[in-house]
Design a protein around this ligand. Structure first.
Ligand SMILES: O=C(O)CCC(=O)C(=O)O
Length: 274
């Protein structure tokens, strides 16, 4: 398939990884045990118009873990005590990240990049169907949001393709105000940067196809994954805290998660028993 010409600040390439790299990624990813996080916690309770709820999908973070209940990133204040140093990238993934950084710097103007920009953080999103009250429910989507971390974001996709949209939010009539749509294919790379795509508009995953009939990724109780997305971002080093340096309130809010992660990861095991 030919890559289309895109507006300034958007880059899309398909394929980005070859079959061997895809297979390597999938076999490594099967070693991860993703986490179902809750949106709020004891010290960050839901506001009056909201309620405690699980995220729509299980996730895994590398580089640093942005626990949903710690509420990173709401600049300028919302950067303190919210990101915990996490596992580093495995060698094969780091090679892909180096390539993504290279492409971003080649494609985008210097003004898009904050000092020290590097894609030091990766959110791995698992999209699929969740077993709820005995029924399999399609939970493969993400609502409008912005990635507030500074600089371009790189996004690599595996599995069923996703319908990704940049939107301005709702119009006064309540209609969607779509700015740009893009199908994200298996093994593709998307990069977006600059003020318009990072700060002005929102982005969302509207839906994920269900055509490949391939369940991918690790076994997750009550969940079948058909798409995995890696979103690489830059989190300034000064926002990343060693677990031991978090205040007691935040430490206690994420204690259960760290214990769960420690069941399958030596990194988290060592954090608990240094
Ligand atoms: O899955 C995707 O393609 C996008 C994920 C996303 O928007 C995010 O992680 O912030």
């Amino acid at each position: 398939m030919k890559n289309q010409t895109l507006p300034q600040g958007l880059h899309y390439q398909f394929p980005f990884i070859d079959r061997k790299e895809r297979a390597q990624l999938l076999s490594w990813i099967e070693t991860l045990v993703p986490l179902w996080e809750m949106r709020f916690s004891e010290h960050n309770p839901p506001p009056l118009n909201d309620e405690q709820r699980p995220l729509l999908r299980p996730v895994y973070w590398l580089g640093n873990w942005q626990f949903a209940c710690l509420d990173y990133y709401h600049p300028p204040k919302g950067v303190l005590n919210r990101c915990i140093r996490a596992e580093t990238y495995p060698k094969e993934l780091q090679k892909l990240v180096d390539r993504i950084e290279f492409i971003a710097r080649k494609r985008f103007p210097k003004s898009y990049f904050p000092d020290k920009w590097k894609l030091n953080t990766c959110l791995i999103n698992f999209y699929g169907n969740k077993l709820e009250d005995g029924k399999w429910v399609d939970r493969a989507r993400v609502g409008e949001h912005k990635d507030f971390e500074p600089g371009p974001v790189g996004s690599m996709s595996l599995g069923d393709r996703a319908f990704f949209q940049f939107v301005n939010g709702k119009t006064q009539l309540g209609e969607d105000n779509i700015v740009f749509s893009q199908w994200l294919e298996d093994s593709s790379l998307q990069i977006f940067g600059g003020d318009k795509w990072k700060s002005k508009v929102f982005h969302r995953v509207q839906r994920v196809e269900d055509k490949r009939k391939e369940i991918i990724g690790p076994k997750i109780e009550g969940f079948n994954t058909r798409r995995i997305n890696f979103t690489f971002r830059y989190v300034p080093e000064e926002h990343i805290y060693p677990l031991a340096q978090l205040p007691e309130a935040q430490k206690s809010d994420i204690k259960g998660y760290i214990e769960t992660l420690a069941n399958s990861s030596n990194y988290y095991k060592n954090l608990l028993n240094p």
